[in-house]
Each structure stands twice: as structure tokens, then as C-alpha cells.
Design a protein around this ligand. Structure first.
Ligand SMILES: NC(=O)CC[C@H](N)C(=O)O
Length: 187
């Protein structure tokens, strides 16, 4: 067996899509539903969903501290509501505004810059980043069709190096079939 064991928070939201993408890249997804599931993981993904629900479930399943500790220990990706979790758990030094690009009906797909390349991104009731801390690098911005402000919004960030890297994106890379973000996290 090769590849990384990748914990995927599996309380609610787009779990299966992330698991499929992780597997397609030669890694081993492991659903995380209880504290013991975090043992031995070599990367962590927090999928999108509904962040209020996810917070409640993290509390109900007694996973808040475990997820916070794991995110500081292994490369971690949060997508959409997962990005909101990373911000509110205090592990990614950003502030976010929820539902910053309108309702479900305004869902959109766009090709965005990602570091030296690009990524095809799906936005579904997506948040945007309103503040980045000193150690946070902006990797993606989106004009959002110009409807949600004159300035491009920050929709992809990265903090830290190596195993302590944390990537947060407003969008759903797992829904477009574009593996750029997952490869960046895992390779
Ligand atoms: N697609 C998503 O993850 C949506 C996030 C959701 N709007 C929230 O604020 O929790």
C-alpha cells in the first residue's frame, strides 16, 4: 500500500466526492466520525456542507479538539464550510464571510488562478475571506461575475509549510473533477 492515509471528516456534507478524488490520486481516504479515526492520519480534509451543523456535530461527537490538533499536525484542506471551520476553530488565521456570493441559485463554476497554474472551481453558497493573517498566502481570487463587489474576492489561501500546511478554499474542487488542490495538498 502506498500513498497517505487521509482523514475525511464524515459527519455531514460532500464526503464521498473527496474520498473518490483522494483514492483516484493513489491515497487512502479514511472517514472520520470519532476521535480514534484521527489516529495515524497523514493528511486531513474538511469537506463542504453547512458550517453551523458541522460545528454542532463536532461538539456532539466530541471531535472539536481532535480536529483542531490534527489540522496543526498534518497537511489539511478545508473546502467551503470546511474553510469556515478552519477559520472558526482558530487554526487558519483568516476571517470569513459566509454566503458571500448569494444564494444556491447563484452557484457558479469558474477557472481561477492557483499559484502558478489554475483550477476549475464550483461555488455553492460560498464564503469569502475578508482578512488574512501575516502568515497566510493568497492563492486564488474570484471576481464573482462582478456582482458581489468591485474588487476580486479572496477564495483560496495557504498557511504554513510542509506537514503544517493548511489550505482553505471557498469553492468545491471535488465537484469539478479538477485534482489541482488535492495534488497540491498530498504530493
Ligand atoms: N457549500 C458549502 O459548503 C456551503 C457553506 C455554507 N453556506 C455555510 O455557510 O456553512
Amino acid at each position: 500500500m502506498s500513498g497517505r492515509v487521509v482523514g475525511v471528516l464524515a459527519l455531514q456534507g460532500g464526503v464521498a466526492e473527496h474520498a473518490r478524488m483522494i483514492e483516484a490520486l493513489g491515497h487512502r481516504p479514511r472517514p472520520v466520525r470519532r476521535l480514534g479515526d484521527l489516529e495515524g492520519i497523514e493528511a486531513l480534509v474538511l469537506p463542504g456542507g453547512e458550517s453551523t451543523t458541522l460545528h454542532r456535530l463536532l461538539t456532539a461527537f466530541d471531535l472539536t479538539k481532535g480536529i483542531r490538533d490534527a489540522a496543526r499536525r498534518v497537511p489539511t484542506l478545508g473546502t467551503c464550510a470546511g474553510l469556515i471551520l478552519l477559520a472558526t476553530l482558530g487554526v487558519l488565521d483568516v476571517d470569513v464571510e459566509r454566503n458571500a456570493f448569494g444564494p444556491q441559485a447563484d452557484s457558479a463554476t469558474a477557472r481561477l488562478p492557483w499559484k502558478h497554474g489554475s483550477v476549475v472551481a464550483a461555488f455553492i453558497r460560498a464564503p469569502r475571506v475578508t482578512r488574512v493573517g501575516g502568515g497566510v498566502r493568497v492563492c486564488s481570487t474570484w471576481q464573482g461575475g462582478g456582482r458581489y463587489g468591485a474588487e476580486p474576492a479572496i477564495v483560496g489561501v495557504e498557511q504554513g509549510e510542509g506537514e503544517q500546511r493548511i489550505i482553505g478554499v471557498s469553492f468545491h474542487p471535488e465537484l469539478t473533477g479538477d485534482t489541482t488542490i488535492h495534488r497540491d495538498l498530498l504530493d
